[in-house]
Design a protein around this ligand. Structure first.
Ligand code: HEM
Length: 411
């Protein structure tokens, strides 16, 4: 039964002081906000939007900015984290944004990533060969997180022996974007940026001498842009880091959330096993139903009217992606997981000028991973209580233990 949330809880709702049980199930809160206070003023003055139409209007608006310099300076101080986040494509405005985005868009176009799909299929098959022989495995550490690291490392031409630190760096850098920030998280984030930059400097120097000669070499595209004077060294380095961050935790969570949904939704899983063509729709539904990115942000640059409320320049907007994706005005029976949902106009990849550049790649990674997993393990059994990562911005599991059930095990 859906939990009722009172008017007072909604009036005082604060993303920095989450109510009990919010991480486990934020949707009753999102629903109550959408119904009672869809343009909610948080205690820190920011506006939290929970209706699909309002979120979309902000994504499409030219009156908002993604530049975070003003916001992040008091939060991070003059630190490596500040330099990193304020140089990343996603936290920038045109014309810089347009210039860097063009390069990444070319490199990540569906046709351009064709060769990467072969790497992906081989890699996933290799992982599964070993995992199915175990009594149990952690789907996140042993499978889901390994896939985007492999793919982005391939795109950035990071040699196999040097990939182990990438995930730790990425988690530490993204952790510092949560609404609450502790000194430990800040220190770990800064340390990770410094180590990552040092590593990339060495890799770039090496690549200049020894071209990788692989298809979809994004690192070389960015180096060429730097050499042509279109990108400073700082911009080159930080956008390599950003690419890993943008595509790593999000895609890990897409795969993890997909397995979790399909482990619970037996009927949907059986339909996919019988008709693998249904996977495409299932991935879209996971993106909507358990969106890996639950929140987005914008700053108001020029006065802007959203849902009848006028927001002033300098105001911070929190785009409730996870909430918008459960809006009954757009999705019928929104709390139902429906792999055949059509249309499925979710906002999991954002929209407008910053819409996810890697969405084609993420969809392929999700599809290949789930297709291969279900082909080997059509009955997914969760072996112990799953543990969610305690984050509001990114929704996903820290640990999701699966016990392979082989066909012979159940007759
Ligand atoms: C399921 C996986 C993914 C999800 C849910 C996701 C989600 C998003 C969202 C919501 C945005 C918009 C941010 C904003 O407007 O503020 C975004 C931007 C971006 N994403 Fe993804 N993403 C995923 C995978 C990837 C992958 C695999 C890559 C590349 C390897 C990638 C690269 C990017 C880049 C470069 C941007 C910035 C675009 C810009 O600012 O113009 N993403 N992503």
């Amino acid at each position: 039964m859906t939990r009722r949330i009172g008017a007072r809880e909604i009036r005082d709702f604060d993303l920095e002081r989450l109510p009990e049980g919010f991480i486990e199930d934020p949707y009753p809160y999102y629903r109550a906000l959408r119904e009672q206070d869809p343009i909610h003023r948080c205690p820190d003055g920011s506006w939290l939007l929970t209706r699909h139409a309002d979120c979309l209007a902000v994504y499409k608006s030219a009156a908002v900015s993604s530049d975070k310099r003003r916001l992040f300076l008091p939060k991070f101080g003059a630190t490596p984290l500040f330099e990193h986040h304020t140089t990343s494509l996603v936290f920038s405005d045109p014309p810089y944004h347009t210039r860097v985005r063009d390069t990444l868009t070319q490199a990540l176009k569906p046709r351009a990533i064709g060769a990467t799909v072969e790497v992906l299929e081989r890699f996933v098959a290799g992982l599964l060969d070993e995992l199915v022989t175990r009594d149990s495995f952690d789907l996140i550490d042993d499978f889901a997180s390994r896939i985007p690291i492999e793919i982005i490392s391939t795109l950035l031409t990071v040699p196999e022996s040097e990939r182990s630190e990438l995930r730790r760096w990425s988690l530490a850098i993204l952790g510092a974007l949560e609404p609450t920030l502790t000194p430990d998280v800040l220190a770990a984030g800064n340390h990770a940026v410094t180590e990552f930059i040092d590593y990339l400097r060495t890799l770039i120097e090496y690549r200049r001498r020894e071209p990788a000669g692989t298809p979809n070499d994004i690192l070389s595209s960015l180096i060429a842009q730097h050499d042509a004077g279109e990108l400073t060294e700082r911009e080159l380095l930080h956008n390599c880091i950003f690419l890993l961050n943008a595509g790593h935790e999000t895609t890990t969570n897409l795969i993890g959330n997909a397995v979790h949904c399909l482990a619970i939704e037996h009927d949907s899983r059986r339909r996919i096993v019988e008709k693998p063509i249904l996977i495409k729709g299932a991935i879209e539904e996971v993106l909507r139903f358990a969106s890996p990115n639950q929140l987005g942000n914008r700053e108001v640059a020029e006065a802007l009217s959203i849902g009848g409320q006028v927001l002033q320049p300098g105001d911070q907007i929190i785009i409730g992606i996870g909430a918008a994706n459960r809006d009954p005005a757009v999705f019928s029976d929104p709390d139902r997981f429906d792999i055949a949902r059509s249309p499925n106009n979710h906002l999991a990849f954002g929209s407008g000028i910053h819409a996810c550049v890697g969405m084609a790649l993420a969809r392929i990674e999700g599809k290949v991973a789930i297709e291969a997993l279900l082909a080997r393990l059509p009955e997914i059994a969760i072996a112990e209580a799953p543990r969610l990562r305690r984050r509001v911005r990114f929704r996903g599991f820290e640990r999701l233990v699966i016990a392979p059930v082989h066909r012979a095990d159940h007759g």
